[in-house]
Design a binder for this molecule. Structure first.
Ligand code: PLP
Length: 220
């Protein structure tokens, strides 16, 4: 068993425990294994250990390793969790099954166009910059609900959830609580929040999926 597979099992056990404590059904929380910077040969054993949902933060990097893995394992669900440039919308729609980082009008318009052109319908989340950090992607919290509505009404996009990355140096709890509140106001069901350092906390705040990289694959 590779180290990553051992750590996958440990993370899954902690998720199961956090689900129990949050009074969620077993398996209610989806584990998105974040494989960015790791090669196909590191990822493959994790797939063979029955993990099927993965996250990558760069379109180009994902294009280098995932088409072959997806061909080998038909039921992979690949999430884009990094910022999306509008000139990469075409490639993103072609490769990803979930795009978690819709955060501005231009991206919504490009995705809408590409989805119609390719006949593919990746699931979509809106990224919210809960800490209003200038260097971070995501829509401002005060604009999030109206943006979700515009995605639906103007661009014809079904938004399934919200995603956030809390500031690294802050207690994440209030950010998770804010995302949960915004999702309720926007009428979306899914909450992508929590990473290696705080996924159990995120589950306590209602995460429906957690994005865990280094706790599975090791340090980058
Ligand atoms: C890299 C990354 C993660 C995983 O981070 P870890 O701390 O390694 O678990 C989660 N979400 C996003 C958006 C990332 O870019």
């Amino acid at each position: 068993m590779t180290n990553a597979v051992k750590q996958l099992h440990a993370v899954k056990a902690k998720i199961a425990n956090a689900e129990r404590e949050a009074k969620q059904a077993p398996g209610a929380v989806t584990l998105v294994a974040v494989s960015k910077t790791f090669a196909a040969e590191d990822i493959r054993p994790v797939i063979e250990a029955d993990q099927r949902v993965f996250g990558e933060n760069r379109v180009q990097e994902a294009q280098g390793k995932w088409p072959a893995l997806k061909a080998a394992f038909a039921d992979i669900e690949l999430h884009l969790i990094g910022p999306l440039q509008s000139n990469k919308a075409k490639e993103a729609v072609a490769l990803f099954d979930v795009i978690e980082t819709v955060d501005r009008e231009k991206i919504a318009a490009e995705l809408s166009k590409e989805m119609a052109r390719q006949g593919r319908t990746p699931k979509l989340y809106v990224q919210v910059n809960t800490g209003s950090e200038p260097q971070k992607a995501g829509i401002e919290p005060r604009e999030a609900v109206a943006f979700v509505k515009r995605c639906r009404d103007v661009h014809g996009l079904a938004i399934e959830g919200l995603m956030c990355i809390p500031p690294a140096d802050e207690n994440p709890g209030p950010h998770f609580a804010l995302l949960e509140k915004l999702a309720r106001e926007a009428g979306v069901a899914k909450l992508s929040m929590g990473m290696s350092g705080d996924y159990e906390t995120a589950i306590a705040f209602g995460a429906t999926s957690v994005r865990v990289g280094s706790a599975i694959f090791g340090n980058r």
